[in-house]
Design a protein. Structure first.
Length: 463
């Protein structure tokens, strides 16, 4: 089966080849003809990584009228990253067509710039729900000529709490606008959306309904021993020096802390979580995409919409709250027919949860044996000097807090803290040296760059 077979025109075929995409995926085989040859609304359910974006962007590009400068398609997405990605696919696929302009608009960046951009001819708007409503209220765009409204990753939008915004947008659209809904699951509220807003003439497509989880993913678990979780993780990463992956934490604090604990370790790491501003997020993602960073430590929310090619593994440093979350997390590996592994860190009680996931998702887990290189030897303490003191508003407690917060240490590992006016020093086990230097290098406080040095005794030994 080729893209021509399912009705995709020559210009688009050309662009697909240019992007090294040759065979349509199952969801594309079913959704593209349904969009091109009928006028029905559409519900398409397929797991993540199956190519849903192209399943709507190709037929939309093919049916849009580039000569009209009106907005003809609106794509709602849960996150700004996904919005940028979807707009990018529209851009890539329209390479050999007459000019079709897609604009992504999302929160977290100045709205005025987006209002300016929307003044230019725009055919497709890709938007997060909240920002779209803002823009509509400011009359920055008109949906009067809309032909298509696409709800992409509808389940994610609902689980992120966008239900009322989606209601508002759907209500403000003319009834004749064609609605296409794409989702990985059709649970409760997504089903409600379908019943409430899609026409009775709806085509429903489901791919691999029972095989919720991508079958190319190898699901594994590691039972970590009390107190050895970080060592186990490091040992696992050491076995995969050239591979890239995402590690999931449940909270922002855990993500930030773990990335600090791994700083200076052989894998380059960075954390991505909701507290980062847009610029910092993009910097991290760029580093990851161009392989300066091998491991992304992320929270579930921050990881939504991240599409990086060729991910080798996903690590659940803590199991997610529910099975849908497991599917979403694991979907980050084994994209587009490639294989990948999804490793869960659990303790003995976690076996129950693994069994539960096996039953609910119809998958098999295997235990992953790894040789844990333990770090339980006794390390001598070293003394680290720092060029900051009471003049920079440090005292003993603040210095400890600072080291816990910024260098990822445990308070109990920091001893003999002495803070003077312009400098301070403290003792820590030697094994933290690299971690501390890696985290604090380049740090600024009260306009002063942090400088760290080891005591003379240590320095000599280092030589
Ligand atoms: P989903 O929305 O279902 O999670 P995406 O649309 O994000 O999946 O696609 C996942 C990846 O697969 C993207 O990198 C995309 O470029 C790629 N892809 C899409 N369609 C194909 C195809 N027919 N062949 C190969 N790769 C594809
Ligand atoms: Mg998608």
């Amino acid at each position: 089966m080729t893209f021509s077979d399912i009705g995709v025109n020559q210009e688009l075929n050309h662009a697909l080849k240019f992007n090294k995409i040759s065979k349509p995926t199952d969801i594309q085989i079913q959704a593209i003809p349904a969009i091109l040859t009928t006028t029905n609304d559409l519900v398409a359910v397929a797991q993540s990584g199956t190519g849903k974006t192209a399943a709507f962007s190709l037929p939309i590009l093919q049916t849009i009228d580039p000569k009209s400068n009106q907005i003809q398609a609106l794509v709602l997405v849960p996150t700004r990253e996904l919005g940028q990605q979807v707009a990018r696919e529209f851009f890539l696929f329209s390479k050999f067509m007459s000019r079709v302009f897609a604009e992504a608009v999302y929160g977290g960046t100045p709205i005025d710039d987006q209002i300016e951009k929307l003044k230019r001819p725009t055919h497709v708007v890709v938007a997060t729900p909240g920002r779209l409503i803002d823009l509509l209220n400011r009359k920055a765009l008109s949906l009067d000529h809309l032909k298509y409204l696409i709800l992409d990753e509808a389940d994610e939008m609902i689980s992120m709490g966008f239900k009322s915004e989606i209601d508002e947008i759907l209500k403000s659209c003319k009834p004749e606008v064609r609605k296409l809904l794409f989702t990985a699951t059709l649970a409760g509220d997504v089903r409600k959306l379908v019943n409430e807003y899609l026409s009775d003439q709806v085509t429903e497509i489901r791919i691999n309904e029972k095989e919720l989880v991508n079958q190319n993913i190898e699901n594994q678990y590691i039972i970590n021993q009390q107190g050895l979780k970080l060592d186990t993780l490091k040992s696992l990463l050491l076995q995969r020096p050239d591979q890239r992956g995402i590690l999931f934490c449940r909270t922002k604090i855990a993500a930030k802390r773990l990335s600090k604990q791994l700083a200076g370790f052989t894998v380059a790491t960075d954390a991505i979580h909701g507290n980062l501003n847009q610029e910092a997020r993009e910097k991290v993602l760029r580093g990851f995409k161009n392989r300066r960073i091998n491991l992304l430590v992320a929270t579930d929310i921050a990881a939504r919409g991240i599409d990086v090619q060729d991910l080798d593994y996903v690590i659940h440093y803590r199991l997610p709250e529910n099975k849908e979350q497991y599917t979403h997390r694991s979907g980050r590996t084994a994209r587009a027919g490639k294989s990948g592994m999804s490793v869960s860190f659990i303790n003995q009680e976690g076996l129950k949860e693994i069994k539960n996931l096996e039953d609910k998702l119809n998958i098999q887990f295997t235990p992953l044996e790894i040789n844990v290189i333990t770090d339980n030897q006794i390390y001598p303490d070293i003394t680290i000097y720092m060029n900051m003191g009471t003049s920079q508003e440090f005292d003993n407690d603040r210095l400890k807090e600072f080291l816990v917060e910024e260098a990822g240490l445990d308070a109990s590992d920091i001893k003999n803290v002495v803070v003077e006016e312009q400098r301070s020093h403290f003792d820590v086990p030697e094994k933290y040296q690299v971690q501390i230097f890696a985290n604090l290098n380049g740090f600024k406080r009260s306009h002063r760059n942090i400088r760290l040095s080891l005591s003379n005794r240590n320095a000599k030994r280092d030589l």
